[in-house]
Structures are given as structure tokens and as C-alpha cells.
Design a protein around this ligand. Structure first.
Ligand code: ADP
Ligand code: MG
Ligand code: MG
Length: 888
């Protein structure tokens, strides 16, 4: 260990301020800041987060040099208070409090009343003339210290406390008198001795040393580690330790303790909110020992203190310019503030507070826009359960929260049934073991989807998120019997049949056995206001990935400015079309293929009309058929037999054909533009459908009768070489120009390419020279091929890669900027040398992920495109990126 001489490890509150969170932790920095504002904070000092790091680095030891710094600060504190730690007449008592740079409420440990022992407790009783108080403090110390430092099971203390309470007929802790508390202390000590074969340490210095170490240890306790994992808190070096003189809320009925928020943390309402208890200490309020009182009742009980509290809180809020969560203690009529931090809040409260604070001129619009974590908006965009009804309901099972929202409906067990019932106007929940592409229709018509198998990236989960449909996946407790149309929740032993009503909460993964009322999301109001500010700052466009008019409509509602990716294959699965698609695929010659394609043309055309209509002038980018053909073929024996009958071929012949189309590695197989190189008539049909639809809605929309301005953007997938692009482009141009000429109209259109094969990034300039008018980065495939990771197989190891920080984030969720991002930069540079104003977009799953959106902003993209429900997230993230880059 290299040790810098004279390095400062310990800071008195007077030496810190709010900018020093990294070293002092949030709690320490804010205590120091409040001291400097002249707020009544009990004095103390902070042992830095760096000390925690040295503690771990040196094998859980505190270095001698640091001990001496602690000693010095403790002496200062004793001088300030005029009492000494461990003094048997008039002891100084302190709290030892944890606090890291990021707020982790309740995750680490705190010890109160440190410094008491068998002697000083008597001194304290004499000095205060309050024996009950002294022994109450002592029993609290032994309990906390025993639990946190000596690691004696918490329940053992509770058990003793309860049994003494019972024996003296005390309902609350406050009903215990000094003698009762002495009994408890005695029993506590005996129990500790029995449990750990050691005595509770009477020496205050030893208490302090052990307590400091226990706080450091709590940095790596299970719940703290999990909390950091779940909240993605990374890069912190440890917790600080705050040693602070105690103030006492348990000195009787003129003392008390409480927590308060400067605004309501659930609703955001600008109204002082909080709870307190008289004659109580520390966590009593949160621990639910007695029912706390609303802070508003303090107004009548003690108007002077109430006013002081409100004033202080308002001052602190104004100072930090954000809603504060504060802890206070009243000691015999004197108010002390023990903590302030930016309060945690629900998303809707966060939005309201940000908007209100702009109105109050406390913060600017920019600051308001920066305040909301874009991903959190998700919660606001979906239906939610009525919170009161939800509170009362008990879940029957728990799956993965695969796609947020709230859904109530009748159970159906097949996609077909879902479609039929939904067409009759019924709300249905599609319950499946897992879903497959063939279920797409049923998934679309269901209010919610529940599967027993599959994780967060299962078909059901991915598709449901894309559609914004509530989904609970991988509910392993559920057994489905499709034959008898029943499902059983094993652990509850409950059986349901088709038609029974259930409710799903896609945000928590919970399944309920009854109807729970839902509420529509509120898109205007404060949310609308915040989004309109975001749009003022945003520099890049936000489009949507939408395959159906319904998705397009949703996306428009969420503010999409066009379609960045319309995957035409989803149109192929719809209803009866799949038959024509299969006929086309299984045809042996060009003529029968063309015949099958001719059947598809009117369907595709109708879809495009719907999309152009919904987008009403906004650009629509259509990607040509992309997946390998085998994906459209049946896999189940029953379906194969049926199809053979329809096609008038033997099952055998059909099976051979299907085998023929089998690929070892479909991701790199016969797909994308490769399909059109060998079967050009497929793309011909798509070109015809798009242009006929565009001409139609450009003259008179069959849906609304209006003339829409349409600029179709045709996008060729999986291009790797310049030749692929130029061959296909030429063919498209011939058809389009012919159609336009026949219609005797003028119409702009664009032909571009996806950049998703690494090779294409290297020849991007040549592809532009061959006529590509835009690029759209397909970052899903580009990540797969660029990093050599198949997304379908990555589940087995990627988690571990992220855990070991080989990848900082899952590269399929957040763009791997270092690697794949570099490929993108090269392609952009090359593309732009060939055409300065080349339009650049992104349409992979990453397009709605805030960090990726920031990357796209910085690299000069024209737009990002993402699933409809991520559009607001992308709008906000784009605004934040613009504000941040302006600041630089
Ligand atoms: P957490 O981080 O879990 O909130 P804290 O360090 O804030 O833990 O302490 C827990 C409780 O103990 C709080 O309610 C706080 O007000 C109280 N407390 C901490 N230090 C003191 C003190 N010096 N005097 C009185 N109460 C204190
Ligand atoms: Mg606290
Ligand atoms: Mg692709």
C-alpha cells in the first residue's frame, strides 16, 4: 500500500460543502452544507469514502494515521460540546452514520447513542434528571450495536423487548418505565454473552472503533450490494462515516423525531408533507413502532416549532432547488435538522415538481428537462392500475415484468381465440407457454400477454414491448393445459379456465385473480409541457419503428415525426396472407412465385395506404423483406399436413422442401437483400405495393379522402457490397419511374440502405456513390456481426460479461460505443465524404435508449427511430444530449 503522507481523511462539518459528495458521501456533504447555511445541525465530523477504500485495500484495517486524525476531530467535538465520550458524570453521546455518494436509503447501518455503558448511563440519568430516558437510550444502543456490530440476530432483541412489554402490560415502548428498561438492558446483555461468548463492550473507544468498522462493512452487505446492482450504481469507492453529537427526541413529551418532504413525493403536490412521533428516536417513525402523526398536526400542537420547521425546509429546498427529504429531531422544544437530500419520488411527481419549479422560477426549462431520467417515462405511458384497488389486491403468481402496463381480461389460450374474442369487443389476456411469430395477430388483439416460459428477451417480451402491450413472461409457477383449456398456479393451488378474468401488472410481473380497475395514462398536462420543452431543445428527429397503422397511430400520439423502420415481414404473417407467402416460398418456378406474390400485393398496398394515412406527410421508411424464408414455414406436424393438403402436394414433398430451406446459421444466411438477388420478384412486388399506395394517397386517400404528401423512403436491408445495392436500386428505380410516369404525377422518393453488415461500413462511401440517399444503422445486426455475438444465444454468457464489466452494458440494450460505435463513425465519415448532406438514422433496438441517443446526437445523426412507446424517452434523451453538448 502506497500511503500519501498527510493525506486528509477526516473532515469536520465546517470543512465540507455540498460539492464534496464523492469524498464525504451525500449525507456528510449535505450536513456540512446545511451547517454553512447556519441551520441547526448537531456538530460532528465525517470520515471520508477514501478511508473506506483503504480499509478494504489493507484487509479491513484502519491505518494508524487515520486513527490519529479521528482522535483529533473527536477531541474538537468534545471541546465544542463540553462533554467527553465515556465520561461517567456527563457523557458525550454520538451517532455513527453511514452515507455514500449516491443515496441508498436504509441500505447501510447506523448506530445511535454510542458512548453509553453501565457507568455513564447513571451519569446521564443524574445529569438530565430523567432516568427513563437514559435507560431507553442505553437499551437502544445495545440493541443496535448488538445487531449491527456484534451481528446478533435482530429478532432475539425484539423477542426480549416484547416479552418484557407483555409482562408489565405495556402496549408501546413508551409505556415502559426506567425499571422495565433496566430489566431489558440486563436481559440484552445476558443474551449477547450467551450468543457470542463475549460481553457487550463497555469501553466507548472500543465501541466507536467497532462501529466505524461495522459501517464500512455494511458497504458490502447483501442488501447494499443488491441495491447498487438494481439501481445501476457503479464506480463508487465506498461509504463515508459520519460521527455526530446526539440530540434526543426521546427526552419526553416535548421531544420527538420525524421525517418530512418539502413536496408530496407520490403526487408532487407543492405541499409540505411528513410524519413524526413525540418521545421517540431515530427510525421509530419509519419502523412503524407506533403510528406516526401527520406533520400538519404539529401546527396545532407546537405552532412555533412547526413554523420553524417549514421555514427551514423551504430554505433548504430553495437552496438545493429541488424537493427535499429531511430528518429532524426536537429536543425539549429545540429543533435540529439531521439530514437533507433530494427526495425520491414517483415519476409523475418528478414531472410535476420539475414543471412547477419552472413556474416558480426556481429552475430553468433546461434544468427541468435534465431532471427526469428518460427511461422512467415509460411508467407514464401505459395504463396503470388504480393504486388504491391495487393495494387491496393479492397476487396469485409472479413472473417477469416483461412489458409495462396494466391489463384486465378473459383468459384465452390461443392467438386465434384472442383475435376472435377481441373482434367481438372483449378484453382478453393471451396465456401461452411461450409465443411464436405465428401468434402475432393474437398478441396484437390481446390486452395482455402471460407466458410460463421465457425471459425478458423472449419472443413474447420483445414483441410485447414493441407493441406497448402489457406482458408478464416466464411465470414458472403456472401450468397450462391447452387441451382442457385450464391453467393452474401451483403454489396457490388455484385453477382457472378459459373465460375467467385475471389482471396482469407488466411493471411488477404480478398476476391477480380478479378484475382491478385501470387508469388511462395522462399525456397532456405536466407531461405534455415537459415534452414540449424537450422538443424546443432537441436537435435530432425522433421517428418510430412501426409495422402497422395501429402502431403508427400510437407513435404519432407520442410525438413521432415519421417512421424510421417499417418491417414488411410482419405484414406477411397477418391473417390469410401467410398462406400466400408460404405458397410463394414453396413454389418451384418463377411463374407460380409471381402468382403467389400477386395475391400479396393488394394486402401490402393496403398496409402502406394505412401507414401513409396515419403519418400524414411525415416520412415513411419501408424496409424490404428481411428474414430468411424458413421463418414463414410451419414447424408443427399438424400445420404441415394442413398446408400440404392446401397446396395439393404430399406431406413428404413439403417436408423435403422445408428441410431444403433449413439453415445452419440463419442470421448469416439467405436473407435481406440476398433474397432479392436470387428472387428479385419479391422486391418488385414490394416496390409496386409502396408506389401504388403512395400514388393513391397522394391523389385521394382511400381512408380520409385527403391528399397526403408522401415521400416514400425505400430501404434495402443487409447490404454488404456496393454491387448488391446498385443491382437492386436499378430495378427499383425502373419500376418506380414507370409507375410515376403512368400516373402522370410528380413524386419524390428516396432509396437508401441499412448499414448492418460490418463490411458495409468499410465501403460506405462507395455505396453512396452507387446512389444510396440515406443510411439507417441496423444496430441489432451490426452488433451481432460486429461483435460476433448471436443475440439468440447470448443469454448464456452476456450477463456474466456485464457482471465482470467486460461490456459496461448489455450491447444489445445500449450501443457498444467503443466498438460498434466506431464502425458507425467510420461509415458516417465515409458516407459523408461522398455526400455531404447524407441523411443518417438508426433503427435498431438501441434507437430509444438514452445513452445511445446521446451518441447519435453527438455523431450528427438526422434522427433516431424506436418502438412507439420509447418515442417520448428518445425525445427527452435527445433534448438532454443537446443541452449537455451546449454546456460543454
Ligand atoms: P439512514 O441513512 O438509514 O437514514 P441515518 O444515519 O440517517 O440512517 O440515521 C438513522 C436515524 O437516526 C435517522 O432518523 C436520524 O435522524 C437518526 N439520527 C442519526 N444521527 C443522530 C443524532 N446525532 N442525533 C439524533 N438522531 C440521529
Ligand atoms: Mg437518514
Ligand atoms: Mg437487420
Amino acid at each position: 500500500m502506497v500511503q500519501k503522507k498527510n493525506k486528509k481523511y477526516v473532515y469536520s462539518f465546517e470543512e465540507g460543502d455540498k460539492s464534496m459528495k464523492e469524498i464525504l458521501g451525500g449525507k456528510g456533504a449535505n450536513l456540512a452544507e446545511m451547517k454553512s447555511l447556519g441551520i441547526n445541525v448537531p456538530p460532528g465530523f465525517t470520515i471520508s469514502t477514501e478511508t473506506c477504500k483503504t480499509y478494504y485495500d489493507s484487509g479491513k484495517k484502519i491505518l494508524p494515521e487515520i486513527y490519529s486524525q479521528i482522535e483529533t476531530k473527536l477531541k474538537d467535538l468534545e471541546k465544542k460540546i463540553g462533554k467527553k465520550l465515556g465520561d461517567s458524570e456527563d457523557p458525550l453521546l454520538v451517532s455513527v452514520r453511514s452515507g455514500a455518494a449516491a443515496s441508498m436509503p436504509g441500505m447501510m447501518d447506523t448506530i445511535l447513542n454510542l458512548g453509553l455503558n453501565d457507568k455513564s448511563v447513571v451519569g446521564l440519568a443524574n445529569k438530565t434528571g430523567n432516568e427513563r430516558f437514559a435507560w431507553d437510550s442505553y437499551r437502544r444502543l445495545i440493541q443496535m450495536f448488538g445487531d449491527v456490530v456484534l451481528e446478533v440476530d435482530h429478532d432475539k432483541f425484539e423477542h426480549i423487548l416484547e416479552s418484557v412489554k407483555e409482562s408489565v402490560g405495556a402496549k408501546f415502548d413508551t409505556d415502559l418505565n426506567a425499571e422495565d428498561l433496566k430489566t431489558i438492558v440486563k436481559k440484552y446483555k445476558e443474551m449477547i454473552k450467551k450468543e457470542i461468548k463475549k460481553d457487550f463492550p463497555e469501553d466507548p473507544k472500543e465501541q466507536l472503533d467497532l462501529a466505524i468498522k461495522a459501517v464500512f462493512n455494511s458497504w458490502n452487505n447483501y442488501r447494499a450490494v443488491r441495491y447498487r446492482e438494481i439501481n445501476n450504481i457503479k464506480g463508487l469507492i465506498g461509504t463515508a462515516v459520519n460521527i455526530q453529537a446526539m440530540v434526543f427526541g426521546n427526552l419526553g413529551e416535548s421531544s420527538g423525531t420525524g421525517v418530512c418532504f418539502t413536496r408530496n413525493p407520490s403526487t408532487g403536490e407543492a405541499k409540505f408533507y411528513g410524519e413524526y412521533l413525540m418521545n421517540a428516536q431515530g427510525e421509530d417513525v419509519v419502523a412503524g413502532i407506533r403510528t406516526p402523526l401527520a406533520v400538519s398536526t404539529l401546527k396545532t400542537k407546537n405552532p412555533k416549532i412547526y413554523k420553524e420547521l417549514v421555514d427551514v425546509c423551504n430554505r433548504v429546498e430553495k437552496h438545493y432547488k429541488d424537493m427535499q427529504d429531511m430528518e429532524f429531531t426536537i429536543q425539549e422544544g429545540v429543533l435540529y435538522i439531521l439530514q437533507a437530500r433530494n427526495g425520491k419520488r414517483t415519476v409523475s411527481a418528478g414531472v410535476k415538481i420539475a414543471v412547477d419549479m419552472v413556474k416558480e422560477k426556481l429552475i430553468t426549462k433546461e434544468q427541468a428537462v435534465l431532471r427526469i431520467e428518460p427511461n422512467q417515462l415509460n411508467q407514464l405511458l401505459h395504463k396503470q392500475f388504480d393504486p388504491i384497488a391495487l393495494n387491496k389486491a393479492e397476487a396469485v403468481a409472479q413472473g417477469l415484468p416483461a412489458s409495462p402496463g396494466a391489463a384486465v381480461g378473459e383468459i384465452v389460450f390461443s392467438a386465434q381465440e384472442a383475435l376472435e374474442k377481441a373482434n367481438k369487443g372483449l378484453d382478453v389476456i393471451l396465456v401461452r407457454t411461450e409465443t411464436s411469430p405465428e401468434d402475432i395477430d393474437g398478441m396484437h388483439s390481446a390486452k395482455g400477454i402471460l407466458t410460463s416460459r421465457g425471459g425478458m428477451t423472449s419472443h413474447a417480451a420483445v414483441v410485447a414491448r414493441g407493441m406497448g402491450t402489457c406482458c408478464v413472461a416466464g411465470c414458472g409457477d403456472m401450468v397450462i393445459d391447452e387441451k382442457s383449456k385450464t391453467l393452474i398456479f401451483k403454489s396457490k393451488g388455484l385453477k382457472f379456465k378459459a373465460g375467467d378474468i385475471i389482471s396482469l401488472d407488466g411493471s411488477t410481473g404480478k398476476v391477480y385473480s380478479q378484475k382491478i380497475n385501470t387508469q388511462e395514462p395522462e399525456l397532456s398536462g405536466n407531461f405534455g409541457k415537459l415534452m414540449s420543452w424537450a422538443d424546443e431543445f432537441r436537435k435530432i428527429g425522433v421517428r418510430t419503428n412501426a409495422d402497422t397503422p395501429k402502431d403508427a397511430k400510437t407513435a404519432r400520439k407520442f410525438g413521432a415525426e415519421g417512421i424510421g423502420l417499417c418491417r414488411t415481414e410482419h405484414m406477411f404473417f397477418d391473417g390469410n396472407r401467410i398462406k400466400a407467402v408460404r405458397e410463394m416460398i414453396l413454389s418451384n418456378d418463377l411463374e407460380s412465385r409471381k402468382k403467389a406474390l400477386a395475391k400479396l400485393l393488394p394486402f401490402q398496398k393496403e398496409d402502406f395506404v394505412g401507414l401513409f394515412h396515419e403519418m400524414d406527410g411525415f416520412p415513411v421508411t419501408v424496409r424490404y423483406l428481411d428474414p430468411p424464408l424458413h421463418e414463414f414455414l410451419p414447424t408443427k406436424e399438424k400445420d404441415i399436413v394442413e398446408l400440404a393438403k392446401e397446396m395439393k402436394v404430399s406431406v413428404e414433398v413439403l417436408k423435403n422442401k422445408i428441410d431444403d430451406l433449413h439453415e445452419f446459421n440463419p442470421m448469416l444466411g439467405h436473407r435481406g437483400c440476398r433474397l432479392a438477388i436470387t428472387f428479385p420478384e419479391i422486391y418488385d412486388m414490394q416496390t409496386n405495393a409502396i408506389i401504388e399506395a403512395a400514388i393513391l394517397v397522394g391523389q385521394k386517400c382511400p381512408i380520409c379522402g385527403k391528399k397526403h404528401k408522401v415521400t416514400p423512403e425505400i430501404m434495402i436491408p443487409l447490404v454488404a457490397t456496393t454491387k448488391e445495392f446498385s443491382i437492386l436500386k436499378q430495378r427499383i428505380v425502373e419500376i418506380v419511374d414507370q409507375k410515376i410516369k403512368e400516373a402522370k404525377i410528380k413524386m419524390d422518393y428516396k432509396i437508401g440502405t441499412m448499414i448492418e453488415v460490418p463490411r458495409a461500413t468499410m465501403v460506405a462511401d462507395k455505396i453512396v456513390e452507387a446512389g444510396a440517399q440515406f443510411f439507417s444503422f441496423g444496430t441489432n445486426d451490426l452488433t451481432q456481426m460486429g461483435a460476433g455475438i448471436s443475440r439468440d444465444d447470448a443469454g448464456k454468457f452476456l450477463k456474466e460479461y456485464v457482471a465482470q464489466e467486460i461490456y459496461e452494458y448489455d450491447p444489445f440494450e445500449s450501443l457498444d460505443q467503443e466498438g460498434i460505435g466506431e464502425l458507425i463513425k467510420i461509415a458516417i465519415k465515409k458516407g459523408k465524404t461522398a455526400k455531404k448532406d447524407l441523411k443518417i438514422g438508426i433503427c435498431g433496438e438501441h434507437g430509444g435508449e438514452p445513452k445511445t441517443v446521446e451518441f447519435c446526437h453527438n455523431e450528427g445523426f438526422s434522427y433516431v427511430s424506436c418502438s412507439p412507446f420509447r418515442v417520448p424517452i428518445a425525445r427527452l434523451a435527445a433534448a438532454q444530449a443537446a443541452i449537455k453538448s451546449k454546456k460543454k
